[in-house]
Design a binder for this molecule. Structure first.
Ligand code: PAF
Length: 285
């Protein structure tokens, strides 16, 4: 497994793979790898000749006052985990090589970026889209893999890929959960013992709301109500940022007309337990 630290070295590696006709699977991450990441890496290893994983804590997707400085970093542990998975290269660019002095260019996926998490994290998706495009230009993947826990990120990246005619396939991977249902996330490490004990109620609330979607008399404001009531059982809950039923393509809240038969529905929440912001979702057919 090669460790690659500069964009030009990464491009050279990928050009070599392409010249020999190899497909490249790419898994972008911010490190602090957990089983959710590793499951995505395994998907890439199965489907591609070569797999590249990037580890880069991207400063432009954190707003002032967010957790950029304390975001968990464990480069040695991450490399050890990846070395057991037939990964061919780990790309670890420095902040200065991604955003050199005088850096000025940002990618904005308008509309989709301002909804849901975008209302509470202004600029976040411009930071994500920008770094993902830069990473794509460095790795030149055949397929790039993203986890559906970050549903809005998946929608934004798919839209950017289509709008900018990027020549690669975006593969979306299912959310991997702890045994008690909590979606795996690097930020779970911030939770206190009490907060961690209550956190599985997020998934419980989502599954209860999902069951009710199949009750065809139910209107979406009833789904929001079920979510809010179930989430409020958590003593450590400090804020619900959003919790409702949304159109999976537009990310608009499905309004009072209710859900029609055959409609796909995204049930999504963002909340804070103590000071830790967590997101989760379920898609229901
Ligand atoms: O999902 C993440 O870990 C990040 O948003 C990503 C896609 C690696 C971009 O920094």
């Amino acid at each position: 497994m090669q460790l690659i630290r500069t964009i030009s070295e990464m491009q050279q590696f990928s050009k070599g793979c392409k010249l020999s006709g190899k497909t490249i699977g790419f898994v972008p991450t911010m490190g602090a790898l957990h089983d959710g990441h590793l499951s995505i890496v395994r998907d890439s290893v199965k489907a591609n000749d070569v797999t590249v994983v990037s580890i880069f804590v991207n400063p432009t997707q954190f707003s002032a006052g967010e957790d950029f400085n304390r975001y968990p970093r464990d480069y040695d542990g991450d490399i050890e985990k990846l070395s057991g998975l037939s990964v061919d290269a780990v790309f670890l660019p420095g902040v200065d090589s991604v955003y050199p002095d005088g850096y000025k260019t940002y990618v904005e996926v308008r509309g989709l970026s301002e909804k849901l998490c975008g209302q509470f994290r202004p600029g976040h998706f411009a930071g994500v889209a920008t770094v993902v495009l830069k990473l794509f230009n460095a790795v030149m993947p055949t397929r790039a893999y993203f986890g559906l826990k970050d549903y809005q990120q998946c929608v934004v990246i798919k839209k950017m890929t289509a709008d900018l005619n990027l020549d690669l396939e975006i593969v979306l991977c299912p959310t991997i959960r702890e045994h008690d249902g909590l979606a795996m996330s690097s930020r779970n490490a911030y939770l206190s013992t009490e907060e961690r004990l209550e956190a599985p109620l997020i998934y419980k609330a989502l599954t209860e709301a999902a069951k009710s979607v199949n009750d065809n008399s139910l209107k979406t404001n009833a789904i929001a109500q079920i979510l809010k009531e179930s989430l409020s059982e958590m003593k450590t809950l400090t804020e619900i940022q959003y919790a409702s039923a949304y159109d999976p393509n537009t990310l608009d809240e499905i309004k009072t007309g209710g859900i029609t038969e055959g409609q796909r529905v995204l049930i999504a929440v963002a909340l804070k337990i103590g000071s830790t912001r967590l997101i989760d979702n379920i898609e229901v057919d």
